[in-house]
Design a protein around this ligand. Structure first.
Ligand code: FAD
Ligand code: AMP
Length: 479
């Protein structure tokens, strides 16, 4: 038996590493176990998000957007950029550089806060003992008063399209193509499929996205989803809804995909196929039979509202538990659990977690959609404002999309805040703050916004909730 800790965290993604740092800051003796190693066998912190998720995908989205703009958007603005070319190797080098800097930075934060970093695969035994097997197969057992499981998720592999790492890949493979595929197929029009499809479409691939469901982004506000779909199609993304992939076979370096849509059986050929049909909670070889931790019917670790499992002193956060699979949701839960272990009583406000699709235009939202409110029988007012009427968006050559604010008809409290348009990921923070503070639409309408800014669309949408928008004709007249 080795050292005893107040807190042992299993997994160093945004759920685990944030929980570990917070716990150490609160004076708890903390260790964080992580099994990830890079191609050279070096220990890597940061989890999916920093290594193969949020960060590398955003690096490629930023670079490909700049290329696309230089290629197609500059001429309209009088900028002559001849012979713009893409160096994919350099782009990947830059992406790797950012990932290395950030993952290395977590090691620095662990040192600065006094978190012990342990390399190896952690397995939870009974009574909060954790067995760690290092890369040479040596096992050491540690003990803690509290264990936080933050083991994240992995891409779902479906039998009709097994990953081969070369032609049929998951999201991780799609971040590592060495050249732009001529024809790229994407299975699944979820957030990851749309973001990765956008990267390669901007760089010149002919992209077809096959989506089994016949509604585009069915869980988001449908006025916003329809606007986004129109923009994506205009950019040349071929999004086929109601198309269920049934098979994928590699023949002579081409992926032959079969799928079914309303017209029956169809076939398509691609140079590469990205399968982005969702992620599953990752609990492989994590729990001994007597650990006391239970899973739900979908394989997520079962927790209550405060991320407590069924086993005393064992908590779980992030992608491995219910709720949206988002880095900031994982981190919020990590902080809450560390605070609870230290005797405080914070709670995550699950109603105020923002969601973003980092396409162009970006799509971002927090709170309820019109469809949800209708289904719940709530009465509400809506204010929308298009970026086409926003001077700053016009100046930036990105006057597409809108801000939409939904407020309770009786109390005027903001219930939903939706954006499709430039910098939606930044603009949505205004909705999150407003909703966290229980703000009414009128509170936003009475606030002074700098001119000219994209955020003035928030102001106008808020004014529009009561029919008082200034820079667009109001559908409803102010009483
Ligand atoms: P993870 O980040 O998956 O970390 C879990 C860690 O636990 C891993 O490092 C793993 O090696 C380790 N581990 C697992 N089992 C063990 C074990 N038994 N012992 C030791 N270590 C173990 N989210 C956003 O919010 N914004 C985005 O823009 C975004 N973009 C994404 C893009 C892509 C392509 C992908 C794939 C995901 C994206 N996500 C995004 C989702 C985000 O990455 C996850 O929600 C987030 O990483 C979850 O954090 P986590 O800490 O729960 O798990
Ligand atoms: P998400 O879980 O949000 O990442 O989205 C994954 C998407 O993949 C969902 O919209 C699913 O409907 C879609 N999907 C799952 N299986 C298939 C399939 N066999 N063919 C096409 N789309 C699929």
């Amino acid at each position: 038996m080795s050292d005893k800790y107040d807190v042992i965290v299993i997994g160093a993604g945004p759920g685990g590493y944030v929980a570990a740092i917070k716990a150490a800051q609160l004076g708890l003796k903390t260790a964080c176990i992580e099994s990830w190693t890079d191609k050279e066998g070096k220990h890597r912190l940061g989890g999916t998000c920093l290594n193969v998720g949020c960060i590398p995908s955003k690096a490629l989205l930023e670079i490909s957007h700049k290329y696309e703009e230089a290629h197609h958007g500059f001429a309209d603005q009088g900028i002559i950029a001849k012979d713009v070319k893409m160096d994919i190797g350099k782009m990947m080098e830059r992406k790797e550089g950012i990932v290395n800097q950030l993952t290395g930075g977590i090691g620095g934060l662990f040192k600065a806060n006094g978190v012990t970093s342990i390399q190896g695969h952690g397995k939870l035994l009974a009574n909060r003992k954790v067995e760690v097997t290092d890369k040479d197969g040596k096992a050491t057992t540690y003990e803690a008063d509290n264990v936080i499981i933050a083991t994240g998720s992995k891409p779902i592999q479906i039998p009709p399209a097994p990953f081969d790492g070369e032609h049929i890949v998951d999201s991780e493979g799609a971040l590592e193509f060495t050249e732009v595929p001529k024809r790229l197929g994407v299975i699944g029009a979820g957030i990851i499929g749309l973001e990765l499809g956008s990267v390669w479409a901007r760089l010149g691939a002919e992209v077809t996205v096959l989506e089994a469901v016949d509604t585009f982004l069915p869980t988001i506000d449908q006025q916003i989803a329809k606007d986004a779909l129109k923009q994506f199609q205009k950019q040349g993304l071929n999004i086929v809804l109601g198309a269920r992939m049934t098979g994928a076979e590699v023949k002579r370096k081409l992926v032959n995909v079969s799928y079914e849509d309303s017209n029956g059986k169809q076939e398509a050929k691609f140079d590469k196929l990205i399968v982005a049909v969702g992620r599953r909670p990752y609990t492989d070889n994590l729990l001994s039979e007597d650990s006391g931790v239970q899973m739900d019917e979908r394989g997520f670790i079962f927790v209550d509202d405060n991320c407590k499992t069924e086993a005393p002193g064992v908590w779980a956060v992030g992608d491995v538990v219910r709720g949206p699979m988002l880095a900031h949701k994982a981190s919020e839960e990590g902080v809450m659990v560390a605070e609870r272990i230290a005797g405080h009583k914070p709670q995550v406000n699950y109603d105020c977690i923002p969601n973003v699709v980092y396409t162009f235009p970006e799509v971002a939202w927090v709170g309820k959609t019109e469809e949800q409110l209708k289904a719940e029988g709530e009465e509400y007012n809506v204010g929308t404002f298009p970026f086409a009427a926003n001077g700053r968006a016009m100046a930036a050559n990105s006057a597409t999309g809108m801000v939409k604010i939904i407020a309770d008809a009786k109390t005027d409290r903001i219930l939903g805040f939706h954006v499709v348009g430039p910098q939606a990921s930044e603009i949505v923070a205004q909705g999150v703050i407003a909703m966290e503070f229980g703000s009414s639409a009128e509170d936003l309408a009475l606030t002074c916004f700098a001119h000219p800014t994209l955020s003035e669309s928030v102001h106008e949408a808020a004014l529009g909730v009561a029919g008082g928008a200034i820079h667009i004709a109001n559908r409803k007249k102010k009483k």
